[in-house]
Each structure stands twice: as structure tokens, then as C-alpha cells.
Design a protein around this ligand. Structure first.
Ligand SMILES: *Cc1c(COP(=O)(O)O)cnc(C)c1O
Ligand code: SF4
Length: 445
């Protein structure tokens, strides 16, 4: 298959779901459920995902199908039935919306206040759209990058996409962001995240990035862009009208002596197989940018060691650098995607064992939790007690990094806050200094 020359980005949302011809393969009941689901959970996919990534001979089990089409198990049966019957009866939009809003609020859209926390201040005024949790790294959520080329069903940022009042990350101008960075010379890393900053036109992205290459920003050494565009819309780097401008921007960052990392979100090895994604990778690499890869481990989509090993192998083959395997956050749809930490570690280890040392740059499974990024190093039996061995990859306090600690083994635990200290201790060492500052976020970064 040759890459299409200049395909138009065709996105599909709820209102045009029925225009997706391939959905005709599903039963009428399943299609109704799908529409009902899309009233509650954000739904967006596109022509590339539909025509080139999903294996329609394998639905509904196909992992890429599950990646962008909401699944019935994501809602309580009673909730799904309720919305389905409204949709079937052709109820008024605002009536369905009211019910959908109520259901959504039960789905824990933003655990532990990720909207408000780690937001820095400039002259006393909070800078929404900026997060500064670790001294040398600033995260920026550009206003125009708060959507994606398609939506992952497992995304914990889904509240951002459904337009519920008060749930969106607030947004602000570039200027205050730049001013903040000029003042904070301890910052070496800037991470553009979203949504997906690469839904933006390249000239908009340039307005955020280019000033950082000039004087007063010498302290900024590493620029990262978290994006799933390579997986969801690789044409962005090849045939889109702004593709060349984007690559030129990458070249400028590299020419300024900075490290440019595209933190590419790949969920499944199939996303690496099309001719167009391969072409996009070549073009990005030719700018001198480094592509590092990361994804969460998600049940029903990529919860197998062979899938991860295959993905890492292909990535290294293509010149990409495996970076993080994340533990899926404890948010949203009914734990449908959750993988217990014990299983996550087992999958990680069995995948890690299969790959070359060149792919063992990857770390995980890692939780972006309140006190920091915590990796499960393993399980062990110590003097008759089965324990998890964990360690901080990133900690609110720098001294925490690389210090192993132990938790009582629990085969069902899925997140740090469900773990208890091992050996009869009352608390974990990092809880001694616990303050109120809650967690940060990271799917795509
Ligand atoms: C993961 C993360 C970073 C980046 O950490 P690295 O170890 O440099 O990859 C920065 N800020 C926050 C809040 C993060 O969660
Ligand atoms: S996980 Fe990333 S790419 Fe997927 S919907 Fe969420 S923000 Fe977008």
C-alpha cells in the first residue's frame, strides 16, 4: 500500500458516527449502544484510524477498535440502558445531555484535583495551562492543543474533551508562559502537552516555541512535545499543508543546540506498521529530533508481554527510543482498563526479557502519583513476607529518587494509594513529609 498523497483529515464524532461504513458490520443493538456510549464518553476517531489501523474482521475485539470506540463495559449496565432507551426513543438532545452529565460525574473525571494543582503563579496570579511540579521541568498545555486527532477510550483527560462546565483546564496567553520561563532559570525542560499539541497548526506551535530559542532562555535545554499524532494522524508530518513548516521548526530547535524530543504515544505495535507512519518517522528523525515512546498499559488493548516486546522491537528498529510504560490511572470508566500492579510488573518483565539491551531504555510500570513517579521494580519474599519493591523515578523531593521501598504484596492493588507499607511499618517514608499538594498528570507526556 502506498501512502495516499494528500488525504484530507476526516474526523468522526457522535453526530456523524453513522457515516462510518464499517460500523454496518455491527448488529443494530451494538450500534445503538455505541451511540449511547458516545453521548456520555468523548468519542472521536478519524479516517486514518478507521481505514488503516482497525482490523474490521476482528471487531469488537480488535485493540485499535477498542482504542477509539467506547465499549459497553465502560458504563454500568443500568446507565447504558437508560441512555440507550433515550437515544432509541429520539429524546431531545438536552434531555440526553442532562442524564449523560450526571453519569459522567460518577466517573471520577479528574482524580485528586489535577486541574488546580501544581499551577504556578506569576506576580501572584495563577498561570492556568502551566504546571510546575518538579523544579527543572515545566509542563505547558497550549490553548489550541486541548484536543486530539482521535480520542483514546482510556484517556483520563477525557473531561477536557466533553465540554462540561468547569471541567476544562483554563487557558491563557503565550506571553505569561514565556515571562514565567524567563524568570525561572532553574527550568531546563519544557514539555508541551495536551490533549495533543500537534493538532495545532505548525505556525501556532512556532509562536510558542520559537521565542524559547532566543536570548533570555539559554537555561531551557530540552524541549519535549507529547503527542499521539504519529499514531493517529502521521500525515501531519508528511502531507498536511503545515508539515514542512513543522519539520522546519524541529530543525530550528535542534540547530539552537537544544534537545528536541517528540514524546510519541504508541499504544499498540500496529500503529507502527503503515507506510505513512514510517515515512513520518523518517522525516522527523532527519530533523535531528529524537522520538521517545511511551504509553499506558491498558487491559483489553495492550495487556500482553508479547505486544509490548513487539512494540519496543519495532520502535528500536525504526530508530525510536522506548521511554515509559505507564500504569493506567485509577480514573473514569469503571476500571475497565485497569491492570493490577502485580500483573503490570509481570507483563513488563516478560516483555523486557525478550528485547535487546537497546530497547531496555524503557522504564516501568510507572505510576504518576501524588508524591511522584513510582516504578514497580518487582516482587520478592523477604523473611516470609511477600512484598512489592518500588522506587521513585521522580519525587516531589529529589532525595526520594532511586531509593527502593517496600509495600505489602497485594495482587489486586492497582495504584500506589492502595498499597500498605511492608514489615508492619505504619507509613511509607515519603508520607512522613506528606503535605497537601496533590498529583500531577501524565498520559501523553
Ligand atoms: C513525568 C513528568 C515529567 C518528566 O519527567 P522525566 O523523568 O524527565 O521524564 C515532568 N513533570 C511531570 C509533572 C511529570 O509527571
Ligand atoms: S491519551 Fe493522549 S492522545 Fe489519547 S485522547 Fe488522551 S490526550 Fe489525546
Amino acid at each position: 500500500m502506498k501512502p495516499q498523497l494528500n488525504p484530507r483529515y476526516q474526523s468522526y464524532v457522535l453526530s456523524c458516527m453513522d457515516d462510518i461504513p464499517q460500523l454496518g458490520r455491527l448488529s443494530e443493538a451494538r450500534r445503538l449502544a455505541m451511540r449511547a456510549l458516545a453521548h456520555v464518553l468523548p468519542f472521536r476517531t478519524n479516517s486514518y484510524v478507521i481505514d488503516e489501523l482497525i482490523d474490521w474482521n476482528n471487531i469488537p475485539d480488535d485493540p485499535i477498535f477498542r482504542l477509539t470506540f467506547p465499549q459497553p463495559e465502560m458504563l454500568e449496565p443500568a446507565d447504558l440502558a437508560r441512555v440507550s432507551s433515550l437515544v432509541r426513543a429520539g429524546a431531545a438532545a438536552q434531555h440526553i445531555r442532562a442524564i449523560a452529565d450526571r453519569i459522567r460525574l460518577t466517573l471520577n473525571p479528574h482524580p485528586a484535583g489535577q486541574l488546580e494543582h501544581n499551577v504556578p503563579r506569576l506576580d501572584g496570579t495563577p498561570l492556568p495551562g502551566v504546571q510546575h511540579k518538579y523544579k527543572e521541568t515545566v509542563l505547558f498545555f497550549p490553548r489550541r492543543g486541548q484536543t486530539c486527532h482521535a480520542y483514546c477510550t482510556y484517556c483520563f483527560r477525557w473531561a477536557q474533551f466533553v465540554g462540561m462546565e468547569g471541567l476544562k483546564f483554563a487557558q491563557r496567553e503565550t506571553e505569561t508562559f514565556h515571562k514565567y520561563l524567563r524568570r525561572h532559570t532553574e527550568v531546563t525542560d519544557v514539555l508541551f502537552t495536551g490533549g495533543d499539541p500537534l493538532v495545532m497548526r505548525a505556525w501556532h506551535l512556532r509562536a510558542y516555541i520559537e521565542p524559547l530559542l532566543g536570548p533570555k532562555y539559554e537555561h531551557i535545554r530540552h524541549i519535549r512535545i507529547g503527542s499521539k499524532a504519529l499514531a493517529f494522524w502521521p500525515y501531519k508530518f508528511v502531507t498536511d499543508p503545515d508539515a514542512d513548516t513543522l519539520l522546519r521548526l524541529f530543525e530550528c530547535v535542534v540547530a539552537s543546540g537544544r534537545h528536541l524530543a517528540l514524546m510519541a504515544h504508541f499504544t499498540h505495535p500496529r500503529e507502527l506498521d503503515t507506510p505513512i507512519v514510517r515515512r513520518a518517522i523518517e522525516r522527523i528523525r532527519s530533523t535531528g529530533a529524537v522520538i521517545r515512546t511511551q504509553a499506558p498499559l491498558v487491559r483489553h488493548i495492550n495487556d500482553s508481554a508479547n505486544t509490548w516486546a513487539e512494540m519496543w522491537r519495532k520502535q528500536v528498529q525504526l530508530g525510536l527510543v522506548p521511554y515509559y510504560m505507564f500504569v493506567e490511572r485509577d480514573t473514569g470508566p469503571k476500571n475497565y482498563f485497569e491492570v493490577p500492579l502485580a500483573d503490570a510488573h509481570d507483563i513488563f518483565r516478560r516483555a523486557f526479557r525478550q528485547v535487546s539491551g537497546l530497547a531496555r531504555t524503557v522504564r516501568g510500570p510507572s505510576m504518576s502519583a501524588t508524591p511522584g513517579k513510582v516504578v514497580v521494580l518487582g516482587t520478592q519474599e523477604v523473611k516470609g513476607e511477600k512484598v512489592f519493591i518500588l522506587s521513585f523515578l521522580r519525587g516531589r523531593h529529589r532525595e526520594w529518587v532511586g531509593r527502593p521501598f517496600f509495600a505489602r504484596f497485594d495482587p489486586h492493588a492497582t495504584w500506589l494509594d492502595q498499597l500498605k507499607p511492608a514489615f508492619g511499618e505504619r507509613q511509607f517514608f515519603f508520607e512522613e513529609h506528606a503535605d497537601q499538594e496533590p498529583p500531577h498528570v501524565a498520559a501523553c507526556e
